[in-house]
Design a protein around this ligand. Structure first.
Ligand code: GAL
Length: 691
């Protein structure tokens, strides 16, 4: 009897722990859920109930507390005050709102800063940050870490078993800090010693014979100064890796403390800014999943057409979805812009409808939730003029607030149409493509770009945009995944490559995979050294061609590459290729002393194919044409959506989004049932249907 009971209990636990794709925390039939940040400490407590009720009335299903409230949680060292937070949690529960609890570590209280000024970040010139803002303490400060963990432990002890708390957000928008304080130096030296064991090994890896920079002990090594010209590239790379790990290990430490108290139903995440040249996103292995924050209208992007800045760049949400989802199999969005912001270079109004468009885009990528910063517009402090779901009077919904409510109602309708057996169209799934991403590699290229014409993220985007115009689902993948699950794998600019990675790519192709590799790939080993061999020697058998030399052009004098009798301009990076016998030449250089030589090659290898794109075109049109030819050769049918139109499927629902400045008419199968919108989708519009 007892044995049966134990077995049943184990099965239940296993089901719970291994539930796929986030179902453990987010029931599949719920599809997604929407929340809003609330800062009780910013408002008179007599207003809390009115505000929280309003949030619930507007359809929100969860709220988010205690993000920047360390001073209120621990007003004096060791004296904790949870009474105010208890009251806010009780009100949320009264109106059926779940609560995301934050760890407040981004805002250390003044008593801590004054007692231990060493926690403050030190700039290269020795100046210290000061109290009065946020994120002014260093993740490398030992005191800051220990005080943070004490406070987090008390918070977790209080709310870990509280079923009104659905999950935890650690810190706020964690990022890499470059601190020049004593603890940071000490921790960097320990990190180096753990990595290299002997200073001789470090000297070799850093190539310190160059310019006489040899070290004889670890304690002679400093954090590289950014203003100093010509500092060792390998040292700077290691310092960046160290700084990334400081960020991720701090989050892991917080997560471990919370787990000591938290019930298994509470999830743990953090809210990252999507950035593609940092290593810490996805590096904190203690988190259940990663979530991101997104702002679209802030003066940074032109979008499409004269008024495109009001909806923003159409790949910003898509790429974040496709980058965050594969890290843990699912993701959430912790902050989505509710309207005008205050911190951009030009804080324009979003296009009416844009907030809803973004919400649907987040949903289309598979997100389990979207939360917004913030419910009430602030009336004082650094973020005056920032919109909320309600305006500065605390009660009137903003246009973005109404769009949130509309989206929530529409999701309600989708929930009624949810069918657990529904599948996405086969043709869509067949196009699924992987883009290999390696943060260390991006960091290394950006540190040593060789030409100001080069843009690593821009290079990735050329392939990403092409795939989106095909209507292909995309996963940004790490080198740890099984490549075989993808018919096409794109490896853009993988400058640093290990020999096991070359073998892994070879096995993928031999087994039938279609590999696309692009410029700059394979030039260096993982330390950042060139091979003592011809350029990119380890991947030449794979790509089926040698590199004779590479060239870089100034912006005022572009040349072109000819593909199918059409010319495509380029400046940033060209590799003049020498195909091996049996390798086809798909495009050639024109306009200079190497005119007629190969720029793009293709060959069959084992059961698969390798396309090598040895040029980075200006517009990305060449990359699109090359992928089009490859997809057609290997029999993968594609769509032809215009620039700015995105079509995705999830849970059997089709979602078409229009970021362009012209209407787009979507062709739907006769069986399709429209759930929202019309086939003609206006700029900023959305169409949702069930096939
Ligand atoms: C985010 C940040 C929030 C808030 C918001 C304002 O980057 O995480 O705390 O400051 O910007 O738009």
């Amino acid at each position: 009897m007892r044995k049966h009971f134990l077995t049943a209990a184990l099965v239940i636990v296993a089901l719970f722990v291994f539930a796929q794709g986030g179902d453990r925390f987010f029931p599949a039939s719920q599809l997604t859920t929407v929340g809003a940040y609330y800062y009780p400490e910013h408002w008179d407590s007599s207003q809390w109930e009115r505000d929280i009720k309003k949030m619930a009335d507007m359809g929100f299903e969860f709220t988010h507390f205690a993000e920047f409230a360390w001073a209120q949680l621990e007003p004096e060292e060791g004296r904790y005050d949870f009474a105010w937070l208890d009251k806010a949690v009780a009100l949320a529960a009264k109106y059926n709102l779940g609560v995301v609890m934050c760890t407040s570590t981004a805002t250390p209280p003044v008593w801590l800063t004054r007692k231990h000024p060493e926690i403050l970040m030190k700039n290269e010139d020795g100046t210290l940050y000061d109290h009065g803002a946020r994120q002014h303490a260093s993740f490398s400060s030992n005191y800051y870490r220990s005080y943070s963990l004490k406070m987090v432990e008390e918070l977790a002890r209080r709310y870990g078993q509280d079923d009104r708390i659905i999950g935890w957000q650690l810190d706020n928008e964690p990022r890499t800090f470059h601190d020049y304080g004593d603890d940071a130096h000490q921790r960097f030296r320990v990190w180096l010693e753990e990595k290299y064991k002997t200073v001789d090994a470090l000297n070799k890896a850093w190539g310190t014979s160059f310019w006489s920079s040899v070290y004889s002990s670890f304690d002679q090594i400093n954090i590289p100064r950014p203003s100093q010209w010509g500092t060792n590239y390998h040292q700077r790379l290691d310092h960046n890796r160290f700084a990334d790990e400081e960020t991720s290990s701090f989050l892991d430490e917080q997560a471990r403390v919370i787990r000591k108290y938290a019930s298994p139903a509470q999830w743990i995440t953090s809210n990252y800014i999507p950035m593609y040249d940092v290593g810490y996103i996805g590096q904190s292995l203690e988190l259940d999943f990663v979530s991101y924050t997104r702002y679209m209208v802030y003066g940074g992007d032109r979008g499409i057409g004269r008024k495109g800045y009001r909806v923003g760049e159409y790949t910003r949400i898509g790429m974040a979805n496709d980058f965050f989802r594969p890290l843990k199999g699912y993701y959430g969005v912790m902050e989505l812009q509710p309207g005008q912001v205050n911190w951009g270079s030009v804080n324009s109004q979003p296009l009416p409808g844009a907030v809803r468009l973004w919400l649907w885009h987040v949903f289309a990528g598979g997100s389990k939730f979207t939360c917004t910063y913030r419910f009430r517009a602030p009336i004082y402090g650094y973020e005056q003029y920032h919109y909320g779901i309600v305006g500065p009077d605390g009660v009137t919904p903003t246009p973005g607030g109404l769009e949130f409510s509309m989206f929530i109602r529409e999701i309600g309708q989708l929930r009624n149409n949810y069918d657990p057996e529904a599948r996405n169209p086969v043709a869509y799934e067949k196009r699924k493509t992987a883009l290999l991403f390696d943060a260390g590699n991006v960091m290394a290229i950006n540190m040593n770009p060789q030409t100001r014409e080069w843009n690593t993220e821009g290079h990735f985007l050329k392939y990403y945009r092409a795939l989106k115009s095909f209507g292909a689902p995309v996963d940004f993948v790490r080198d740890t995944v099984r490549f075989e699950q993808y018919p096409v794998l794109i490896v853009p600019a993988l400058q640093q490559i290990s020999l096991p990675m070359v073998d892994k790519l070879m096995a993928y192709v031999n087994g039938g995979g279609n590999l696309v590799m692009t410029v700059r790939s394979g030039h260096q080993d993982p330390r950042g050294h060139f091979w003592e061999a011809p350029f990119a020697a380890p991947i030449r058998e794979l790509t089926g061609s040698d590199i004779e030399f590479y060239d870089l052009l100034p912006s005022h004098s572009p040349d072109s590459v000819v593909y199918n009798k059409r010319k495509y301009g380029w400046t940033s990076w060209g590799e003049i290729l020498k195909p091996h016998s049996g390798t086809e030449t798909w495009a050639t250089f024109s306009g200079d002393f190497y005119a007629g030589k190969a720029a793009v090659t293709y060959h069959r290898l084992g059961k698969g194919t390798v396309t090598y794109v040895g040029v980075d075109s200006r517009s990305g049109d060449l990359e699109r044409e090359i992928l089009l030819k490859l997809f057609s050769k290997v029999g993968i049918p594609v769509e032809n959506y215009p620039h700015g139109v995105i079509v995705e499927y999830r849970d059997g629902f089709g979602i078409a989004l229009n970021y362009a400045d012209k209407s787009f008419t979507m062709e739907l199968p006769a069986s399709a049932r429209i759930l929202s919108g019309t086939k003609e989708i206006n700029p900023g519009g959305v169409l949702v249907w069930k096939e």
